[in-house]
Design a binder for this molecule. Sequence first.
Ligand SMILES: Cc1cc2nc3c(=O)[nH]c(=O)nc-3n(C[C@H](O)[C@H](O)[C@H](O)COP(=O)(O)OP(=O)(O)OC[C@H]3O[C@@H](n4cnc5c(N)ncnc54)[C@H](O)[C@@H]3O)c2cc1C
Length: 442
Amino acid sequence: MGSMFDSVAIDATTASGPIKILVIGGSYGGLSAALNLQDLCRGLAPRCGPAPEKGTEQGEPKPEKPTSKIAIEITIIDERDGFYHLIGSPLALADEPYAAKAWVKYADIPALANNNITVLQGTVHSITPRTKTATLISRDPTGQTSTQTRVLAYDYLVAATGLRRVWPVVPQSLSRKQYMLEAGNHIRACAGAKHGVVVVGGGAVGIEMTAELKTVMPHVAITLVHSRDKLLSAEPLDDETQDTALRLVREAGVEVRLSCRLDRTEEIVDEDGDKCLRLWFAGGESMVGDHVVMAVSRSVPSTSYLPREVLDEAGYVKIQASLAFPVSDVPNAADHFAIGDLVRWSGIKRCGGAMHMGYCAANNIYQLIRQRRDGTTPVWAELAEIPPMIGLAVGKKAVAYWPQAGTTSGEDVMKAFFGDDLGFTICWNHLGLGGDRKVATA
Ligand SMILES: Cc1cc2nc3c(=O)[nH]c(=O)nc-3n(C[C@H](O)[C@H](O)[C@H](O)COP(=O)(O)OP(=O)(O)OC[C@H]3O[C@@H](n4cnc5c(N)ncnc54)[C@H](O)[C@@H]3O)c2cc1C
């Protein structure tokens, strides 16, 4: 039987030359790992590292100042042709100018230009930890898969491929051009919904989506339907946070129906002869709408390319506190790291967590390189237990919960957590995507 692939190109092995780092997934976690590692190997303080203590040099990392420069080559592989600000998705799918801002092609990210980071567009199909190779199915510039595969050799690997999320939780397009069409079609369908839009699922995504739609399209009736008697019912959050989210989403002008389970939808014709939908709920109630958006979470880890031994039953990577693969489960486990949404760890999945894990993995790879090259004693960055924390944008206000502050809400919380562009500038600046950093002269 012939191979499913046309040809296989094997890249040079890593026996000599710069140390090769392969980062799979170029979102918050993957970009953080790549850029922090690049900082460390250039003798700079890692951009997402701990804040400097008073009296120390600006940006000085703890526990060790990187003094030695190391030649590395970082390859980031992503299915998309750019960084998509996922947090902004509810607004990107309501407002076209914001949609244009929320997806930046990798080629247009200044921090990735003119340095030792290469971004390839494609899907990683499998990795072989024993040989330290990854098989990539390439994509052409329009985002179409090809049957061309490449085998890439690496010294260290970072898996940062997050969760697979369904439409319209996230756009499914893989190129910016296609994504603008996808978002535009959705926005026009919602804006023209004379009987309104019904969003099913009162988790974080459904709440944010309805509030953004209502804020951008105040003329459209927006309804949020949830099967339980509290919003955010699947999250480990207290009543106060759940009740505040309900208050804010209602204040934003969204009609909320709790304890309401969608049974079926039926296409009908209204009094003007226009097609619309009747939504039937368990219990016999019904309502009319034009557009139904399913925001029920069905996200699964995008880890099918990883060895089964490192995954739990649900497909999450069983990391150690150092973010390395579990020892003894696969060969070379210590040189393989997993970060971001795809790891099995405590806490609600958050982009701040993904960026922090990216920094930790970068530090730990740097420590391993130094140990092997210079005989230094590694100082690991380890993940602590993460308590439930959340920041939720609800129209012009936000609700937040974290253990020290409890539940807070209001426009000031929105400003602090999301700035005025649903966190785009905060994340862009935290990752330092706007420009290259100066190489230390010391
Ligand atoms: C609608 C929505 C709103 C959110 N709001 C917030 C918020 O307000 N605050 C907050 O902290 N968090 C929020 N989150 C959660 C946050 O977005 C995630 O925690 C974060 O995106 C995780 O980052 P990541 O880098 O681990 O993975 P992801 O962002 O999921 O990125 C994974 C990347 O890997 C790529 N990829 C996947 N599989 C492959 C493969 N096999 N080969 C190559 N590439 C692959 C994908 O294209 C993608 O670019 C929100 C999530 C959603 C869906």
